[in-house]
Design a protein around this ligand. Structure first.
Ligand code: GDR
Length: 368
């Protein structure tokens, strides 16, 4: 079912004020239609929250990942609401904050594709960088007492050698990473200057069957399913030598939530601590489907990046110690989960939210 944001919001954009609802915790997720936003919405709803998502106005809305959370607003106990808005519209952010009065705000929005950021550096800076200060300033100006989560990225470490921790120097090497670094520091600045409970989760790559196929893990798992089904013969990739620390997105949104439950605000690395090269991920994914990857993978230089940094491998011992957070799924286990999901999706045929190859990742990943 495809819903319009307005259709799932109650009149006036605000939930009712019946007894009990006053005490319920409210969260605002900017970027609710993306991979992380959808998992976080599920997590918070399961914890009893009232969840408000900001959805970017568009001629066609991208609701695939959250359709299953939709309930008709006339049904009793609806706790999931969607609102038009985006990180480019400060006035709208102020209005939403004033109406919803959230206890927690999660900024998961913004152009999130590293390669795209070389093509669209200005847009990336506006969305991933300035978007954060618009939201922080809206919170400050509205005087709402809430906790703020900023989705920082391991890409900020860039050329710094692994393992990367909270105190590892940042050496960004892409417009995306530079934009994220601005958002990271402005979040710290608001924490230190205004005493806001504002935190950065420095998340290493986290993947799932909900990943857009413009990212390499999903591109590979989807290709494996299609090749196994006889629909394709090859997948075209760039660097197989790149090394990432790949974790499982549902575990990472739990880490985000834990950061906002801590006694003190702080910045934390979220990572598995394990290294997997693109080649190893590819081999594991094909192997799981009984295929030899070397027969099906072709090189295409269009997928090479102008700059490829050091290996990104995180050390999240601070999050383990202070938040009790630890990643369990990584690398090859992740490849198996993603291949299984794509094989099942293909077998069940029906239209799957995943199947929007017509939309670029920057449009699908999040509402900014
Ligand atoms: P990444 O994700 O840059 O780690 O950013 P991506 O999956 O795009 O690239 C991972 C590595 O794979 C190499 N690669 C390819 N990448 C893509 N997309 N397509 C290909 O065909 C291909 N072939 C090889 C890349 O060069 C790269 O080294 C992700 C995003 O989610 C960011 O938003 C987030 O901040 C970081 O992870 C942490």
């Amino acid at each position: 079912m495809t819903t319009s944001p307005r259709a799932s919001s109650v009149a006036g954009d605000v939930p009712g004020d019946a007894a009990g609802e006053q005490d319920r915790r409210r969260a605002l997720i900017v970027g609710v239609t993306g991979q992380d936003g959808s998992y976080l919405a599920e997590l918070l709803l399961a914890k009893g929250y009232e969840v408000h998502g900001v959805v970017r106005s568009a001629s066609s809305y991208n609701m695939g990942r959250i359709d299953h959370l939709y309930r008709d607003p006339h049904e009793p106990d609806v706790r999931f609401f969607l609102h038009d808005g985006d990180l480019g519209d400060s006035a709208r952010l102020m209005t939403l904050l004033g109406r919803i009065a959230p206890h927690e705000v999660y900024n998961l929005a913004g152009q999130s594709h590293v390669a795209v950021s070389f093509e669209r550096p200005e847009h990336t800076g506006d969305a991933a960088g300035l978007g954060a200060v618009r939201l922080l300033e809206a919170i400050r100006a509205s005087g709402i007492e809430c906790r703020y989560y900023q989705s920082s990225s391991s890409e900020m470490f860039g050329a710094s050698p692994p393992p990367q921790r909270e105190d590892t120097p940042f050496q960004p090497i892409s417009p995306y990473a530079v934009a994220k670094l601005y958002a990271h520091w402005i979040t710290r600045n608001y924490r230190e200057t205004y005493g806001m409970f504002a935190v950065n989760g420095i998340a290493f790559s986290h993947e799932s069957p909900r990943r857009h196929e413009d990212f390499v893990t999903r591109k590979v798992s989807r290709a494996v399913a299609r090749i196994q089904a006889g629909l394709d013969d090859y997948v075209y990739l760039g660097s197989l030598d790149a090394v990432r620390d790949w974790g499982y997105a549902p575990e990472y949104v739990e880490g985000m939530w834990r950061m906002l439950q801590a006694d003190e605000p702080g910045d934390y690395v979220l990572a598995t601590g394990t290294r997997t090269s693109v080649r190893e991920f590819v081999a594991a994914a094909f192997d799981h489907a009984g295929l030899d990857w070397q027969q099906h993978v072709r090189f295409d230089r269009r997928y090479l990046r102008p700059a490829e940094g050091a290996s990104l491998i995180g050390d999240s011992s601070l999050a383990a110690e202070r938040l009790g957070w630890q990643a369990r799924v990584h690398g090859e286990g992740l490849a198996r989960i993603m291949v299984d999901a794509d094989v099942a999706a293909l077998r069940h045929e029906g239209r799957h939210w995943i199947d929007r190859p017509d939309l670029p990742a920057w449009q699908v990943e999040a509402a900014w």
